[in-house]
Design a protein around this ligand. Structure first.
Ligand code: C5P
Length: 306
């Protein structure tokens, strides 16, 4: 029987995020296009012969107690299957935190997928989605990943044609993380739903993704949209300045991901992405060049180190 395994947990970006309604539960109805990217965390899961769930992570800002979403994922399955013992989870953090890249959600998704295999649970895809939705709105997407249309709270998923080889520059202001609840609540309290400049434009983005011709990356880049920019950019000039300096370069399109603080650029190809990355002369910004990724949680392969 398997006693340990290593998984790759990719980050995501939002190519499109439109807020379409205020829900009575405090959440918001969304129309999103989500895209997995190669920038990934590594999770090593090991059975230890004890009942303990233990999180190990060298990153100083990642909690290793029961507040970590990966811990919550393990606890959720342990409560359902109490005879199967505990697990040691080592997280090698490459995805920045508080970044709008779903790093914590992807780690939790990896724990669900990993424990299903390690504990031989035989969970169906439907059960995995149901458990993951209890952990957070982005966790169901992180399990299967790729290019996906997400509606409802973000947990109702429809796969889209995979976007391959999308060249990306990911930029994260180093000491700035944005609270997702703050971003959504501010959007609601400012009444911005009534004045969406992009109402219903998701169909154009979906058509661009489906077209799969040579110009589709260019069209997708032109249609990038995120309603949360309307609250986050005015409150954080550091992010809007970063966006402007990317727009001044040879990018096809630039957008904030999720609730920020990451801003990403779509480039024509990897060479262009590299030039754009080198052109960012903000000392306080971390930069990665990466590409789109066609799946979510998968086995860790040494050559995929990013
Ligand atoms: O679901 P998750 O815990 O990841 O969401 C984090 C926060 O983002 C929620 O507490 C809520 O404030 C906000 N949110 C929202 N509407 C959504 C998803 C998230 O208001 N559809």
């Amino acid at each position: 029987m398997l006693s340990s395994l290593s998984l790759k947990a990719p980050a995501k970006i939002n190519l499109y995020l439109e807020i379409t309604g205020n829900r009575p539960d405090g959440y918001h109805d969304l129309v999103m296009v989500l895209q997995s990217i190669e920038l990934s965390d590594r999770l090593d899961l090991r059975m230890t012969g004890t009942d303990k769930i233990q999180i190990l992570c060298a990153h100083p800002e990642v909690p290793t107690d029961e507040t970590n979403l990966a811990y919550k994922a393990a606890k959720l399955l342990q409560n359902l299957y109490p005879d199967l013992g505990g697990v040691e989870i080592t997280i090698t953090k490459n995805i920045p935190i508080g970044a709008g890249l779903a790093g914590g959600s992807s780690d939790a998704a990896a724990v669900l997928v990993g424990l299903d295999r390690l504990w031989n649970l035989g969970l169906t895809q439907g059960e995995l989605v149901e458990f993951s939705a209890q952990l957070g709105s982005d966790v169901p997407f992180c399990i299967s990943g790729g290019t996906v249309l997400a509606v409802g709270r973000g947990e109702v998923l429809s796969p889209l044609p995979a976007l391959e080889n999308l060249a990306l520059v990911i930029c994260k202001p180093r000491n700035l993380g944005i609270s997702t609840p703050w971003a959504y609540q501010t959007f609601r309290s400012q009444g911005l739903l009534a004045t969406s400049p992009n109402k219903g434009n998701s169909s154009q983005m979906l058509a661009a993704i489906a077209s799969r011709d040579e110009s589709s990356h260019r069209q997708i880049a032109r249609l990038l949209y995120n309603d949360l920019e309307r609250v986050v950019l005015p409150a954080h000039p550091q992010i809007s300045n970063l966006k402007s300096s990317l727009e001044a370069q040879e990018c096809l399109g630039v957008l904030m991901s999720g609730s920020g603080s990451t801003v990403f650029a779509i480039a024509q190809n990897l060479a262009s992405a590299q030039r754009i990355a080198e052109g960012i002369n903000h000392d306080d910004v971390d930069v990665w060049v990466t590409t789109s990724c066609i799946s979510g949680i998968q086995d860790w392969q040494p050559e995929l180190i990013n």
